[in-house]
Ligand binder design. Structure first.
Ligand SMILES: C[S@@+](CC[C@H](N)C(=O)[O-])C[C@H]1O[C@@H](n2cnc3c(N)ncnc32)[C@H](O)[C@@H]1O
Length: 275
């Protein structure tokens, strides 16, 4: 679906200047705080945002090819960090676009209320469960084996192409059915071919399913905290355009080299953004 003719733009949102959008919407990777990078962008220019921020785990995450800090003085400080960035991020989403916010049990309840406030509770679409299988067990509670992905649109005119998955019931064996809000895709194990050694790297299969469902072909996916570039790789595989941002030079190096390996008409442009 292209920009919907039937949708009337809210008065507070500007329609993006097409020439500027065309210029910016080629595949690009930015090094910097997403808040600073997006600050100068026009309103309403991307079709889908996938955001996988630090989860407020209170840890520094490291692996053999990258590290990032996920430590805040308290929950309020984390939520303030998220609020200011989500405000900017939501501003650049087109009126018929949407956002997928990846989080977990620590903050999903706060972030859902935050998105209700920023986008309107009527624009809540799904609370997706990414059921990944690995880890999370404890003798004192049920094993925690899922992340949460909050799906909000900017208006009722959003794009959605329901993903089809193999049916499991005996009655429908061998057929496809529409996917539910529980997505069962294994987390990357240590032997996974696509593993690049970036901490909390997500599987390309998860991003492909989400992008295919929520972003029209040839449109723009923005990942404002792109880490190793999983979203950008998935967007490329699916003929969507991407814009990736990360504050960590190791992440941007890795994402850029990953993108070079994939089928790409042009090399990604890298811009270092200093405020
Ligand atoms: C959970 S990781 C993303 C992992 C990514 N989805 C992948 O598959 O590799 C979170 C990322 O947010 C980045 N980050 C944290 N604060 C940021 C900010 N203010 N602006 C941009 N990136 C930020 C970190 O450097 C880290 O790479």
């Amino acid at each position: 679906m292209s920009a919907s003719a039937s949708f009337s733009y809210p008065k507070t949102l500007q329609i993006a200047d097409t020439s500027w959008t065309m210029q910016f919407a080629s595949n690009q990777v930015f090094l910097g705080d997403c808040h600073d990078v997006l600050h100068d962008w026009h309103d309403c220019v991307v079709d889908l945002v996938y955001l996988d921020p630090p989860f407020n785990t209170g840890r520094s995450h490291s692996a053999n090819n990258g590290a990032y800090k996920d430590i805040w003085p308290n929950l309020a400080a984390y939520l303030a960090f998220m609020h200011v960035r989500l405000q900017t991020i939501c501003r650049v989403i087109k009126p018929n676009g949407s956002i997928l916010l990846h989080c977990d049990w620590r903050t999903s309840h706060h972030l859902r209320i935050m998105l209700d406030g920023l986008l309107g509770e009527e624009n809540f679409v799904n609370h997706l469960i990414w059921s990944y299988g690995l880890g999370g067990s404890s003798p004192r509670r049920f094993a925690r084996k899922h992340d949460d992905i909050l799906y909000y649109s900017k208006s009722d005119a959003y794009y959605f192409d329901p993903p089809m998955v193999p049916a499991t019931s005996n009655r429908m064996k061998g057929q496809l059915k529409k996917a539910t809000d529980i997505i069962e895709i294994p987390a990357l194990n240590n032997m996974a071919h696509e593993r690049r050694g970036y901490p909390t790297q997500k599987p390309v299969a998860l991003l492909e399913l989400l992008i295919k469902a929520c972003c029209p072909p040839n449109s723009v996916v923005l990942d404002p905290m792109c880490g190793s570039g999983t979203t950008l790789v998935a967007a490329t595989n699916l003929d969507r355009k991407y814009v990736g941002i990360d504050i960590n030079p190791m992440a941007i190096d890795l994402a850029s080299s990953r993108l070079q390996e994939y089928r790409q008409p042009t090399s990604p442009q890298l811009t270092a953004y200093a405020k």
